[in-house]
Write a protein that binds this ligand. Sequence first.
Ligand SMILES: Nc1ncnc2c1ncn2[C@@H]1O[C@H](COP(=O)(O)OP(=O)(O)O)[C@@H](O)[C@H]1O
Ligand SMILES: [Mg+2]
Length: 261
Amino acid sequence: MSLDLRRLSVRIGNRTLVGDVSLSVAAGEAVALIGASGSSKSLTAAALTGSLPAAAQVSGHLRIEGHEVPLSVRRRSGVSAIRQDSLTALHPLVRIDRQLIPVLLRSGKAHTRPAAMAWMTSLLEEVGFTDPWRVLQSFPMELSGGQRQRVCIVQALACHAAVLIADEPTTALDVVAQQLVIRALQRATAAGAGVLLITHDVAVAALLCSRAVVIAEGAVLDHGSFEHLTSETAHPVARTLLRSGQHPVSPMITRGSNAAA
Ligand SMILES: Nc1ncnc2c1ncn2[C@@H]1O[C@H](COP(=O)(O)OP(=O)(O)O)[C@@H](O)[C@H]1O
Ligand SMILES: [Mg+2]
């Protein structure tokens, strides 16, 4: 199991914002964490990535690739965060190549700068860039939001994160850019990463993930396949949330399709 979270609880001040959340993501699997706005999806993500506010009191157990990771420790190895606002994830004043190449050199996948450049170019092509050299020579502001999200996914692939925590990675994007980001995340799962896709958009979740965990007010309501969650056997509130978020799946991309297509 890439990621195994048991009985997460987060308190800030006198409010329990996450009550009792358990979820797991296997290697090469994408799981959706679905909930309405304010249901504590981002706080759950912050607990997984070690970025909770300093005032938070946290309890529970987290295992990453079988190793117990104390939830109170801020540093995490093996976990990479992909945030809604990709502009803050990249240094605004540093060219993309100068941000990505050191990651690849540190990972030991490439030992020289030219080898790292070649590797990075192919990773960028894999996530749908037809002009990787131009991307590498750009500053973050010169790329669109969707392009920056894909650069962040490449960064996570380059450092061989076992788990990608993607918190609303497509919310700020148009439909075409959304699909490119979803394909890039499909690539990441095909490469063996576990992906937790956090979203309020059921249609986006259904494109990438085979199962979902539904939360409300910081507690898990139900979990399982989309078929289960929209059926009469699901928790009624989860079912309403899932059904209200259903849109026809775009023919351009379907779950499990080849990301290079
Ligand atoms: N740093 C914080 N301090 C106090 N309350 C917070 C903090 N961050 C989030 N919350 C509260 O926790 C709840 C869940 O927030 P969040 O995880 O951002 O929801 P979601 O991502 O599902 O929209 C909200 O009621 C929010 O006001
Ligand atoms: Mg959020």
